[in-house]
Ligand binder design. Structure first.
Ligand code: 5GP
Length: 182
């Protein structure tokens, strides 16, 4: 099994700066809450909030647990256990690593809206180009990518590869079977 580099560290760094600037353009006078979805978004969120800080945007940061994937596959179900009442009256930006089926963001977006925020925006680093059964408004997109399974920069395959500084695609070597916890 090999990992092929797909988006370089350099491209990611520049993109995160660009997203931070776009967030500033739209939210320069508001107090923002960043709602980051664990685990995949932890590195993206850390880099993004540091870039925001450098340009004088100082959001509050909250993390939420949501899990929908098992290995390569979406389970089709999303679990969110946390109480979201803290978003009431606030400008919320949901930060997610990747939009795939959209199920996770749809569920979270609806949960946030139920708690009466002042506004909600969505920021994704990666946006898979594939058909979806529903539309969610995405305000900030890092990279549009083909419908392939990617790892690195926070994203895992069965908890491995989160620390890769770039985003890569897993390539199966001929006749190799993928087994859990490689
Ligand atoms: P969705 O609910 O949009 O189908 O999936 C969102 C979640 O699934 C992401 O937060 C991420 O954890 C996981 N996911 C979706 N696509 C990929 C992928 O290509 N690679 C990895 N590592 N995780 C993915």
């Amino acid at each position: 099994m090999k990992i092929l580099e797909f988006i370089s560290e350099y491209e990611i760094i520049n993109k995160v700066k660009e997203i931070a600037n776009n967030i500033k353009l739209k939210n320069s006078n508001s107090e923002i809450i960043i709602l980051s979805i664990l685990k995949g978004s932890f590195i993206f969120t850390a880099d993004l909030v540091r870039e925001l800080f450098k340009i004088n945007i100082k959001p509050e940061i909250y993390f939420l647990n949501a899990k929908s994937y098992d290995g390569f596959n979406s389970t089709g179900k999303v679990k969110i256990n946390d109480n979201l009442s803290f978003v009431s009256g606030k400008h919320v930006i949901i930060v997610e690593d990747i939009l795939d089926t959209g199920l996770t963001l749809k569920k979270l977006y609806e949960e946030v809206l139920k708690n009466n925020p002042e506004s909600v925006e969505i920021c994704v680093l990666l946006y898979k180009q594939r058909s979806r059964n529903f539309n969610i408004p995405i305000d900030y997109i890092g990279f549009k990518i083909p419908d392939k399974f990617v790892v690195g920069y926070g994203l895992d395959y069965n908890e491995k590869y989160r620390g890769l500084p770039y985003i890569g695609v897993i390539e199966k070597v001929k006749n190799e079977k993928l087994i859990n916890g490689l």
